[in-house]
Design a binder for this molecule. Sequence first.
Ligand code: FMN
Length: 202
Amino acid sequence: MARTLLYFAHPGQRQSHANWAMAQAARPIDGVTFVDLYADYPRYNIDIDREQARLRAHSVIVFQFPLFWYSPPALVKEWLDLVLEPGFAYGEGGTALVGKTLMLAITAASPAEAYGPDGFQKFPIRDFLRPLEQTAALCQMRFTPPYLLFGALDAQTHGSIPPHVAGYRALLTALRDDRYDFDAAAGHDVITCDALPLRAEG
Ligand SMILES: Cc1cc2nc3c(=O)[nH]c(=O)nc-3n(C[C@H](O)[C@H](O)[C@H](O)COP(=O)(O)O)c2cc1C
């Protein structure tokens, strides 16, 4: 059983539909340690020792957040800057994260077709995530393609939140139970709820 650490990072939860629903579904899953990052650190006073201990105790690390200006919300960046210290995450003696998995669960307002050379966002969404992908690589972690909800602002009217949330629950459960097919996932830019790379239950 893979121990999963889920960081939920949304600074405006009162206005959230998609991430809030995802968080409510994820929080009670057995074997998933759920952390509401903005609730833990409203003043950005990140406890580095606590976070490093959390990382050591888990093998799969998930960051769930809305895409803000092509990036994670600011507290995630602060967390990365402070927690991934040399000697812990990289550099001499920095082997704490070797072999662990990093997954992102992201919601974005723009539709999938906007993210590409012909769309108004011009670049594939994975291009905007390269800093996180390379952060994982530097820490010798496996970066697995992100779980994505595009069109997140219209998702409520279009009825796309419930299937996305159900997919999220299935994905987190499969990660926990070692039924997530990382090889199949690696063939995709992003993972969506209609094509989850899961192996059948035992
Ligand atoms: C400050 C800010 C920046 C945003 N930047 C982007 C962006 O770069 N790309 C995008 O597709 N959506 C962007 N959005 C839309 C959010 O990603 C969207 O509101 C969110 O994913 C909806 O999820 P929620 O219902 O959980 O809040 C932005 C929203 C805000 C408030």
